[in-house]
Structures are given as structure tokens and as C-alpha cells.
Design a protein around this ligand. Structure first.
Ligand code: NAI
Length: 783
């Protein structure tokens, strides 16, 4: 039996547009500006114009930032309860006007009313409720943090209102004010949200909304009055934003693209998996950053599964998104359609099989049928590029390790689905997948309590949950840092001399790579002078090649990541013990290098710091969230992988230990550039490390020029994060800029110093957060 059309009425939404004269200015300081240079907002399902919107200018961004800046102290002073009441009011109003919002979103974006009504709007309201809660509890739960200040937020068009909620709710809860830019294709619900803000009692200047294209985004990114940037969109623009904001001191979170695997094992409930796949790749026409766009199905059930899938595809309904019985709506814009068509054609040209059910596409608007591609190679464009459309690429695998290897064969790492009835298999595979979210026997689940965000080139930072709140706060320990480094870096070491030349002194400390002392590749060394100017030793002049070798050694040391936290703690304690046994020697060396009278104190502080991070190693637990679905979401803090660390010049032993110990405590492996001016505390550590059961390759030490080595670390394709804390503002900016190509995480100290003796400044969860990323694993529970 065919269903008749069941269209949702657009009366209320059209009336709202009419009432606004189908023309919108910008929302700044709770006032609407006159409309300026206009661009049209189009209904992609029909091609009809909905309204004219204003292209914001740099001057408009200036005004919005000024309003946000002026409003921030007052918003902060309102207190947690005051802000909670406002967020709660927004949540209530969103529920009250859910229908209007849902219809407007469908008109503007082309996504089906079923989705806007049943998914987007409930999640939006939930997000504001949930964050009203964090505002209320902020003083108690985040007492070591403060609001960042003024936040610039830029979102894409695929979930216009939901992305707005994901951005604005936590920012406001934490006490920030915002300058928000919706995507140019889909700004209408953000403009309607401005009305809600006024009704909910959001004070003037707290939320400012500037419409327009990427130029508005660029103005926000480079604005000096903005303290934090939060972006969701393409990896390409994410990179530009990383580059443009490098060295500005702005906090940054990026939620970028994906090419998420959907893994079906032979023992899976195949019918359920087919439904999961429908939700995964045909939800929102596949225009979803975490869409399960790569089907990996076990060979033994491949034919059966694909047959079921094709049969299901034949039943998908495509048509007017306002029709409540439609599964698939319109694409957001003809530009997207062309892009998708191009990619699907490339698959045809390469001899792939392209399956599309026979469905009639409406004459007007932008449409694309559900599509299944088989026979693609793993390197094919359709298997690697984010298509961002209703296109699934299917491949097969034989064994679980092969499934994991294929799943990870992408530059992205946003999400993954694992389908199997075998819980051991599911929980074996989930940790092996490099992705920020793993859904077990479910797909595309979201909740305000559960963090969402990527690994690798899918970006960094999390939205939702406790971890999402940290993105909008600054640790008070950062404020306590002195304005300038505690110790000026010493003059650069003298020109390198070839090792073994008659001018080199006997004792030349080598590099430490893969648990062995290694001569620098270039055979050069650099002279290290003591506080009195006398030459006290030489150290190897590390080069690009040495860093490469060190990274290779670090990658091999995977056993460290798999070791238990208890074991890692034991090794840190053991290092402390062995350091203590040679305390006097280390103190004498520090005194000789730096001339400090506090050398013994530094050694003692280093030993205590090792104990401190050993203590943390098995206590940085994750969380078990209980979202509204019948399941639990286990949020685990996973190590990043290989971290490149450039140590401070001052406190050469304590600075080194303070950065290396937390990184390895969580299971990372490190390539460390010790203090450029005083590297001997690090080279003296080789023997301590050798005798402390630290596996080879976990800590690799490359002495030499901090600038040059940092550059190599930041551009290296196989390093996951770079930390730089040597007080060089330009060096830190360069690390941030160069990290953009592979979207590495960075943690830089800038020109400000850090009191390495102070646990408040050098310790705490904020440091561990830099050494880890959260993986949220959704598991059915009590169903
Ligand atoms: P985009 O990344 O260009 O746009 C996202 C937002 O960034 C929009 O608000 C846009 O105006 C703004 N923007 C553009 N250039 C900017 C700049 N230089 N500085 C600051 N802001 C800027 O994404 P677009 O062009 O809409 O879509 C292109 C492709 O990106 C899609 O086909 C898809 O593959 C991917 N994409 C991924 C998304 C995700 O959530 N992962 C979301 C949207 C797009």
C-alpha cells in the first residue's frame, strides 16, 4: 500500500518570514541592524527564495566583538544560577516553538521534517537544558577555571540549529559571550534564535549573530578581540583557521570532516545493521560529518548483507522534505550536488559498480538518490574523500585485524560503527579504531552529556559533556603565569663543530633514540657553556634525520600504550628512585650549567614531580555517561600517540620532567628536545632511564637547536602533537602554523613563563587533557 503525501504546514514559518519583510539585518547587542549588502537564502527543495540576508562586513564584526566584550563581565557576574535560569528559559522556548523551528530548518536546508522535528529540535532543547545544569554547577565543579571571554563561532549548513546549540550553550554556560556566524546557505533558524534570546532575557551583547559568507568567518578568525574560536566545517577551512590564528593566543577547537567506517561482522544482526546503515549514511542525505560512509562488511556475509541493503534502498522514499513520510530530502545547494556527482562519476570511470534505486527525482531543487558503490579500491577518491552526500562505498574484509586496518586507513578519525553480537569482539575492536566516537550496534547517536569530536584530521576539542565545557574555559593556572619567561634563554650555543675535531672536548653527549645512545646523523655537536662561560661539554647537534629516527623508534614502542597504567606508574616511580640515588650529581650539573643556588631544590622538585605524575597515571579515569538512549557511553581518555616536546630553557631538569612525565604517564611516547641552553640534565638522564625499566623508544631525546627541531616536529607527518614551552613567542606561533597541514594538536607556552616548581601551574588535569583525547564508546545497556 502506498502512503499518500502528508505535508507539514509552512504557514507559521512563512508568516514569520513575512512579518520580517523577508529581509534581515544583523543581530548585534540585542538590536537588529538595517539590512546591508544582501544575498538570497534559497529553499533547496524548490529553488524558491525564502529571504534576503545581510552580508556582514569586518566593521560589523568589530561592532559585535565590542558588544560581546562589553557584555562579558556582566554575564559572568550574573553567576551560575543567573546564567542557568537564562539557559533554562532558552530550552523551554525552543521546545515551545519547536514546530516553527523545525519547519523553518526544513525549508532552509532541505532536510526532512521527520529529522528536524524528531532529531534536531529535541537535541537542541536537551543541549540547553543540560548546559543550564553546568552553569548552575560551574562554581562547584570547575572552581579552577574561568570563562575564556569572547568566543567566535563559525558553523556549517548541515545541522544549522543543532550546531548553534552545540556552540552557544556551553559557551554561555561557562560565562562567555559570543559572536556567532551561521553558514550562508542556512542562517534563518539562527536569526529566529535571536528572537528567542531576547524573549529568554539574554542580556544585550551576550549573543551576536552575523550572517554572511567566509569573509565574515575570516574577520572573526583574525579579530584581536576574540579569545577563542570554535569551528565546525570542512577540514580545508579548519586548516586555514589554524594557520590564520597561529600565535594569536586564541584557544581553538575544530570539528572537521570524516570518512567514518561502518563495520559489520559476520555474526551481526544483519537486519538491524541495515537499519543502522540507513541512519548512518542516509540520515540528512549523508551530509553528516560522522556519516558511516565506508561500509566494511565481513566477506562471509557480504553478498547476503548487500542484497538486504539494496532491498532496503529500494524502499527509501525521496521527495518533498516537508512530507512527513519522506526518508530523503534535498541537498543543501546545487554546488553540493555537482560535487557529489563528480565523485560518483569518478567511481564509474574507474569501473566501480554504482547502484541507485529507481526513484524519480523532483524537477526543481537539488536532489541525489541513495547510492551504493562497490568494487572501489581503498585508494579511490570515493573511498578516501569526504563525499558529504548519500553515497556509501562498500568493501569487504576477512578478519577483525583487517577490519581495523581498513577502518583506520583514512586521514580522518571522527566516528565508527561496530556491529557484532559478540561483546568481546566489539570491545576488542573499539579501542583499536582511531576515532573520537565509536557506536556499538547503533549509529549516529548524539547527546549533550557525551563528548563529540575527532582524532587526527577530523580536528580537536570536544563538544558536549564535561570535556566540552573545558573548551570554553581557561585554567586559572594559566592566569598565574608570569608575563615573561622566568629566565632569559642563554645566548645561542656556539657554532657546531664536527665531532672528533681537535677542537671538540672528549665528552660529547650523544642523542638518545630507541633506548640507545646514538651519534647525530650529521656528526656535528654543539658546545655547552657553564654559567661562568667555560665550556663544560658538547652535545650532539640533532637534525631532521635524527628526529625521523626518533619518531620511528617512538612508533615502535606501542607496548607502552598497551601497558597498564599501574605499570607505567611503577616505571615513573622507579625513575624517581634512580634519580634520587644520583641526586647530588644532577644538582652539581644544574649548578654548573645555570649557576643557580637552587640546584638541589630542583632535583628534589623533579623527584616529587615524577611521583606526582606517577600518582596520576592510574587516576585520570574516564566517565560512564547515561544518555537518554538505552545505553551507556563510556568516555575514555586515550593517549594521543607520539608527542614532540620542546622543553623550557630554565629549570632544565624540572622543566623536562614536568612535560615528559605526564605525557608518558598516559601512555604516549615522546621525542624530546631538552633545554637548548642547558641540555646536560637531559643527556645525564639516559643512564637513569636505562636502569628504570623504561622500554626502548618511549622517551627519545634529541639535543640541538630548539627552533630547527621544533620546525621538524611540527611538520612531521607521524607526530600527533607538539608541545613547545621554551618561551619563544615566534617559535610557538610557528609550531601552531606548521601544525595546520596535518592538524596536530599543539600546546604552546608562548612568551609567558611557567613556574615549574608550582604544581598549580605545571600540574593538574589541564596538563593531562593536553596529553590525551577522549573517545566516547556508545554501548547498548539494559535494553
Ligand atoms: P566550509 O568549511 O567552507 O564552511 C563552513 C563554515 O565556514 C561556513 O559558515 C563558511 O561560511 C565558513 N567559512 C568559509 N571559509 C572560511 C574562512 N576562510 N574562514 C572562516 N570561515 C570560513 O564548508 P562548505 O564549503 O560549506 O562545504 C564544503 C565541504 O566541506 C562539504 O562538501 C563537506 O565535505 C565539508 N563539510 C564538512 C562539514 C562537517 O561538519 N564536517 C560541514 C560542512 C561541510
Amino acid at each position: 500500500m502506498e502512503y499518500g503525501p502528508a505535508p507539514e504546514s509552512t504557514k507559521e514559518a512563512q508568516a514569520w518570514l513575512e512579518q520580517r519583510g523577508r529581509q534581515f539585518g544583523l543581530f548585534i547587542n540585542n538590536e537588529w541592524s538595517e539590512a546591508g549588502e544582501l544575498f538570497a537564502s534559497i529553499n533547496p527543495a524548490s529553488g524558491a527564495k525564502l529571504a534576503d540576508l545581510t552580508q556582514g562586513s569586518a566593521a560589523d564584526v568589530d561592532r559585535a566583538v565590542a558588544a560581546a566584550r562589553a557584555a562579558q563581565p556582566g554575564w559572568q557576574a550574573l553567576g551560575g544560577h543567573g546564567r542557568a535560569k537564562v539557559l533554562y528559559a532558552i530550552a523551554r522556548l525552543m521546545q515551545k516553538h519547536a514546530r516553527l523551528f523545525a519547519v523553518l530548518e526544513t525549508l532552509d536546508n532541505g532536510k526532512t521534517i521527520r529529522e528536524t522535528r524528531d532529531v534536531d529540535l529535541p537535541l537542541v532543547a536537551r543541549h540547553f537544558y543540560y548546559h543550564a545544569g553546568w552553569a548552575q554547577l560551574q562554581a562547584e565543579e570547575f572552581s579552577d577555571y574561568r570563562a575564556v571571554g569572547v568566543v567566535g563561532q563559525i558553523v556549517p549548513w548541515n545541522f544549522p540549529l543543532l550546531m548553534l546549540a552545540w556552540k552557544i550553550a556551553p559557551a554561555l554556560a561557562a560565562g562567555n559571550t559570543v559572536v556567532f556566524k551561521p553558514a550562508e546557505f542556512t542562517s534563518l533558524t539562527a536569526l529566529l534564535f535571536a528572537d528567542i534570546c531576547v524573549q529568554a532575557g539574554v542580556p544585550a551583547g551576550v549573543v551576536n549573530i552575523i550572517t554572511g559568507d567566509g569573509r565574515v568567518g575570516e574577520a572573526i578568525v583574525k579579530h584581536e578581540g576574540i579569545d577563542k574560536l570554535a569551528f565546525t566545517g570542512s577540514t580545508e577551512v579548519g586548516r586555514l583557521i589554524r594557520e590564520a590564528s597561529a600565535g594569536s593566543g586564541k584557544k581553538l577547537s575544530l570539528e572537521l570532516g570524516g570518512k567514518s567506517p561502518f563495520i559489520v561482522f559476520e555474526d551481526a544482526d544483519l537486519d538491524a545493521a541495515v537499519e543502522g546503515l540507513v541512519d548512518s549514511i542516509w540520515f540528512n542525505q549523508g551530509q553528516v560529518c560522522c556519516a558511516g560512509s565506508r561500509l566494511l562488511v565481513q566477506e562471509s556475509v557480504q553478498d547476503k548483507f548487500l542484497a538486504k541493503l539494496r532491498a532496503r534502498m529500494d524502499k527509501l522514499t525521496l521527495g518533498s522534505p516537508l512530507d512527513k513520510s519522506m526518508d530523503i530530502g534535498a541537498l543543501v545547494d546545487p554546488v553540493q550536488k555537482q560535487r557529489i556527482e563528480g565523485l560518483v562519476q569518478s567511481a564509474r570511470d574507474e569501473g566501480c559498480t554504482v547502484y541507485q534505486p529507481a526513484c524519480e527525482l523532483p524537477a526543481d531543487g537539488s536532489w541525489f538518490p541513495p547510492t551504493l558503490i562497490t568494487g572501489a579500491s581503498t585508494a579511490a577518491a570515493v573511498a578516501q574523500a569526504e563525499i558529504f552526500g548519500p553515497v556509501l562505498v562498500a568493501m569487504s574484509f576477512r578478519t577483525p585485524p583487517e577490519a581495523v586496518q581498513l577502518a583506520n586507513n583514512t586521514v580522518y578519525g571522527l566516528a565508527a560503527c561496530v556491529w557484532t553480537e559478540n561483546i568481546s569482539l566489539a570491545l576488542d575492536v573499539a579501542p583499536a579504531i582511531k576515532a573520537g566516537v565509536v557506536w556499538i550496534n547503533t549509529a549516529n547517536q548524539f547527546d549533550a552529556a557525551c563528548g563529540f569530536g575527532g582524532y587526527r584530521e577530523s580536528g580537536y576539542g570536544r563538544e558536549g559533556g564535561r570535556e566540552g565545557m573545558y573548551e570554553y574555559m581557561t585554567a586559572l593556572s594559566e592566569d598565574a603565569r608570569p608575563a615573561a619567561p622566568l629566565l632569559e634563554p642563554k645566548a645561542k650555543a656556539k657554532a657546531a663543530v664536527p665531532a672528533g675535531s681537535p677542537f671538540a672536548i672528549d665528552r660529547t653527549a650523544k642523542l638518545y633514540i630507541g633506548g640507545k645512545q646514538a651519534r647525530p646523523d650529521g656528526a656535528y655537536s654543539r658546545a655547552i657553556h657553564g654559567a661562568d662561560g667555560a665550556l663544560i661539554a658538547e652535545v650532539g647537534e640533532g637534525s631532521r634525520k635524527d628526529i625521523r629516527n626518533a619518531v620511528e623508534a617512538a612508533h615502535k614502542a606501542t607496548g607502552w600504550t598497551k601497558a597498564t597504567a599501574h605499570n607505567r606508574a611503577q616505571v615513573l616511580y622507579y625513575i624517581a628512585e634512580n634519580l634520587a640515588a644520583r641526586g647530588e650529581e644532577f644538582a652539581a650539573r644544574i649548578a654548573a650549567m645555570t649557576g643557580t643556588k637552587n640546584a638541589e631544590k630542583e632535583v628534589q622538585a623533579s623527584i616529587e614531580r615524577l611521583f606526582y605524575w606517577a600518582a596520576w597515571a592510574d587516576k585520570y579515569d574516564g566517565l560512564a555517561h547515561q544518555p537518554p538512549m538505552h545505553g551507556i557511553t563510556v568516555a575514555l581518555n586515550e593517549p594521543l600517540g607520539v608527542i614532540g616536546i620542546v622543553c623550557p630553557n630554565e629549570s632544565p631538569l624540572l622543566g623536562f620532567i614536568s612535560l615528559v612525565a605526564p605525557a608518558i604517564a598516559l601512555g604516549n611516547r615522546v621525542v624530546v628536545v631538552p633545554s637548548e641552553a642547558h641540555p646536560l640534565s637531559a643527556t645525564d638522564l639516559y643512564q637513569v632511564l636505562d636502569t628504570s625499566d623504561l622500554p626502548a623508544g618511549v622517551v627519545n631525546i634529541i639535543t640541538g637547536s630548539a627552533d630547527e627541531l621544533a620546525r621538524t616536529l611540527a611538520t612531521h607527518g607521524d607526530i600527533d602533537a607538539v608541545w613547545r614551552h621554551d618561551g619563544s613567542a615566534e617559535g610557538c606561533a610557528e609550531v601552531e602554523r606548521l601544525s595546520a597541514s596535518s592538524l596536530k594538536r599543539t600546546w604552546v607556552g608562548g612568551a609567558k613563563g611557567r613556574d615549574w616548581y608550582s604544581t598549580a601551574q605545571a600540574g593538574g588535569r589541564a596538563v593531562l587533557a593536553h596529553a590525551s583525547q577522549v573517545k566516547n564508546i556508545w554501548i547498548p545497556y539494559g535494553v
